[in-house]
Design a protein around this ligand. Sequence first.
Ligand code: IMP
Ligand code: MG
Length: 175
Amino acid sequence: MMPLKISPYLSEDKIKARVKEMAKQINEDYKGEELLAVCVLKGSFIFYSDLTRQLDGNILCEFLAVSSYSGMTSSGEVKISLDLAKPIEGKNILLIEDIVDTGLTMNFLKTLIEARKPKSIKTAVLLHKPEAAKIKTELDYVGFTIANDFVVGYGLDYQGYYRNLPYIGQIQSLN
Ligand code: IMP
Ligand code: MG
């Protein structure tokens, strides 16, 4: 892919500080109770790693993968491409997502998890685009509420690229 120009959107320092605050809040809410942290691949792999490393208590790590996007518009169709490796019945689940855009993915995942009878389910998302919502989703921990902009970096991609950027940016030529 041709290298595109990326303009800064959220700096590494800003993300780091906010993730720390989110972890503090989660630690207070669960008070050391065992938590099964679910990483929603691929987008949340960096946020997940940074957040879970600041959580107290017994933390179990599990991964699932969904796909719903091609390019910059949501197909509206959510598919599980990797399911959780173990049953989650009776566990406190924290679903960790990079971004809630239309809300379709988060909604699909919450329904899927709830059907497996966990003890509790909460959601932690780094970015929320309320203007893009197609369905209302209750979120428990939100890093940043952003405008309806397409962003990349810190796990988020454009056509598979830019996930490794340590900050969050916007592709200039697309705006
Ligand atoms: P949904 O529209 O809320 O279902 O979000 C689906 C998925 O689209 C998210 O989990 C992201 O992986 C991806 N996505 C949504 N907005 C953006 C963005 O601004 N940049 C990169 N990926 C995004
Ligand atoms: Mg995602």
